[in-house]
Design a protein around this ligand. Structure first.
Ligand code: MG
Length: 161
């Protein structure tokens, strides 16, 4: 039996005025930001859900309920680090992460490397094993008309002890 575990995560947040836009732990200057109980970092949430799924920890809604005032406005990087600790406790190491942001605007290319570095740092892993990419959806749907952003992530874990 293999010691590898795959996980998938998906998340959506609405875009609104007067909110910071935080993606992969990086604050990006933009006229709109993502709405949510935490900092609403949709990319990091998809990554956390993928990690939780692979380790059979359920999902981030179960780990960090949005009814809990402790998580109001919290940086998702802190939550990601907590997921990393839970993985360690269960004996898992992260092999790699591949995440895709679905957003019409702004262009996030200049911030990709920093997002990869921050995600890797929160999980205490090599940034060479973290990939962040982005796509528009050709103006179609809720991501295309900028009413929201979505993100997908897949991860591979290895049971090391
Ligand atoms: Mg979310």
């Amino acid at each position: 039996m293999t010691n590898l575990r795959i996980g998938h995560g998906y998340d959506v947040h609405r875009l609104v005025e007067d909110r910071a836009l935080v993606l992969g732990g990086v604050e990006i200057p933009w006229k709109l930001g993502l709405l949510g109980h935490s900092d609403a970092d949709v990319l990091t949430h998809a990554v956390m859900d993928a990690l939780s799924g692979a380790a059979r920890l359920g999902d981030i809604g179960k780990l960090f309920p949005d009814t809990d005032p402790a998580y109001k406005g919290i940086s998702s990087m802190k939550l990601l680090a907590r997921v990393g600790s839970l993985l360690q406790e269960k004996g898992f190491a992260v092999v790699n992460i591949d995440a895709t942001l679905l957003a019409q605007a702004p262009k996030v290319g200049p911030y990709r490397a920093e997002m990869e570095n921050r995600i890797a740092a929160a999980l205490d892993m090599d940034p060479e094993r973290v990939n962040v990419k982005a796509t528009t959806e050709e103006g179609l749907g809720f991501t295309g008309d900028s009413s929201g952003m979505a993100a997908h992530a897949v991860v591979l874990l290895e049971k090391v002890n």
